[in-house]
Design a protein around this ligand. Structure first.
Ligand code: GDP
Ligand code: MG
Length: 163
């Protein structure tokens, strides 16, 4: 089986944009409206050192109690259970949020390989952006721009290194 990379993070951080870039598709809906991706989306990863699968998830809010948001969280939990590698996406423009901290706590408890990915960082100073997210305790952040493609190749190579 090809290794499965699962994209997790709160709504609107750019998971679907990254999914589309990794799979070179337009399958995932990208929108300014948070939480548009309600189900899991699967795709074949392309352009990496080996074949891989990518799973896009709706926004993950561990405290969600009801409705669509809770369903999205349930889908994200199911995807996490299938992950060989978790890519935890955060937004370098918004900065660190309490939701990010809650998600980090949840993901670290899975014990699965986890990479922290700071997105939307085009034109920003990488080390300054990375420093802000260190306190999440998820290791050295990888600073990327899913929209522009910056850092995406490096991210894939690192995530697939063990396989
Ligand atoms: P999701 O909810 O996490 O799947 O986020 P989306 O992929 O739907 O993106 C949410 C918004 O962020 C959209 O307006 C995207 O165009 C924008 N976005 C995604 N990636 C980037 C990026 O690398 N840079 C910038 N500036 N905006 C981005
Ligand atoms: Mg989405």
């Amino acid at each position: 089986m090809d290794p499965t990379l699962v994209l997790v993070g709160r709504p609107n951080v750019g998971k679907s944009t990254l999914f589309n870039r990794l799979t070179r598709s337009r399958d995932a809906l990208v929108a300014d409206m948070p939480g548009l991706t309600r189900d899991r989306h699967y795709g074949h990863g392309r352009g990496g050192p080996r074949p891989f699968l990518v799973v896009d998830t709706g926004g993950f809010e561990p405290q969600a109690k009801e409705g669509i948001v809770q369903e999205m969280a349930r889908q994200a939990e199911a995807a996490i259970a299938e992950a060989d590698v978790l890519l935890f996406i955060v937004d370098g423009r918004t900065g660190l949020t309490p939701q990010d901290k809650a998600i980090a706590d949840r993901l670290r408890r899975t014990g699965r390989p986890l990479h922290l990915v700071v997105n939307k960082a085009e034109g920003m100073n990488r080390s300054i952006v990375a420093a802000e997210f260190h306190e999440l305790g998820c290791g050295d952040p990888l600073v990327i721009s899913a929209a522009h493609g910056d850092g995406v190749r490096e991210l894939v190579e690192l995530a697939l290194e063990p396989f």
